[in-house]
Design a protein around this ligand. Structure first.
Ligand code: PGA
Length: 259
């Protein structure tokens, strides 16, 4: 048995300015309160654009909210001549506790390699935050039937040389690219197939304690209508939610999947 606390993480992507962020976080806090949300039954996390983080911090602190927040990316560098980048310590100063690394949109549009994704995860962890490390296959890979092998390859390449203790502290998000923003959800069985293969690979590489500690999220058109079935899978510990996290009521309903 394990005591992995489910995690509902809202990836806002490049949506909502800081005024809209203010509105959404307040709406989310109210919707969760109306649902009598139990934060020990499901952690709630929002991942706004960098420009919104200070605003989110202000609301969370002022209203003493249990909602957590983090960033969608981070630099591997500590400081210096890296125009446009944001460092991990800048994020911890703003109270961020999680950082998404290696989202497929960053891998695809910004050429991020497994090695860079691993380095970003390392920097995040070393700075006291939790990396949510994304992996997932494109449609061609799924059609070729090599998706499990592909995903395990991404994870093993990124975590090369890591200790079991460090791996135990990360979150992994399995997001099949063909299901992101397409309305095409992987079936709960598809999600479970890959999430359980990830856990078994962690068991082989790092042992039971680590494999049982790591939270594995599913992402890709997760929404109120399919969250219960996804969360009923033994190796799915939460979701990384894009579109459905931009509406307070739908995201709160997803966090309340256990009710
Ligand atoms: P989606 O995005 O829920 O809009 O499919 C998920 C993600 O890319 O994190």
């Amino acid at each position: 048995m394990t005591n992995r606390v489910p995690l509902m993480a809202g990836n806002w992507k490049m949506n909502l300015d800081h005024l809209e962020a203010n509105h959404l976080v307040q709406g989310l806090a109210m919707a969760l309160q109306d649902d009598n949300h139990d934060y020990t039954a499901c952690e709630v996390l929002v991942l706004p654009p960098f420009t919104d983080i200070r605003t989110v911090q202000t609301i969370v602190d002022a209203d003493d909210l249990d909602i957590k927040y983090g960033a969608q990316d981070v630099s591997v560098h500590d400081n210096g001549a890296y125009t446009g980048e944001v460092s991990a310590s800048m994020l911890t100063k703003l109270g961020c506790t999680y950082v998404v690394v290696g989202h497929s949109e960053r891998r695809e549009y910004h050429g991020e390699s497994d090695a860079l994704v691993g380095a970003k995860a390392r920097k995040t962890l070393d700075t006291g935050m939790i990396p949510i490390m994304c992996c997932g296959e494109a449609l061609e890979v799924r059609r070729a039937g090599t998706h499990v092998e592909f995903v395990l390859g991404q994870i093993r390449a990124a975590l090369k040389g890591w200790s079991a203790g460090d791996v135990a502290r990360i979150v992994i998000a399995y997001e099949p690219i063909w299901a992101i923003g397409t309305g095409e959800t992987a079936t709960a069985a598809d999600a479970q197939e890959v999430c359980s293969a990830i856990r078994e690979a962690l068991r082989i590489d790092y042992g039971d304690t680590t494999a049982d500690a790591v939270r594995i999220l599913y992402g890709g058109s997760a929404k109120p209508g399919n969250i219960k079935e996804l969360m009923a899978q033994a190796d799915v510990d939460g979701a990384l939610v894009g579109g459905a996290s931009l509406k307070a009521d739908s995201f709160a309903a997803m966090a309340n999947f256990y009710a």
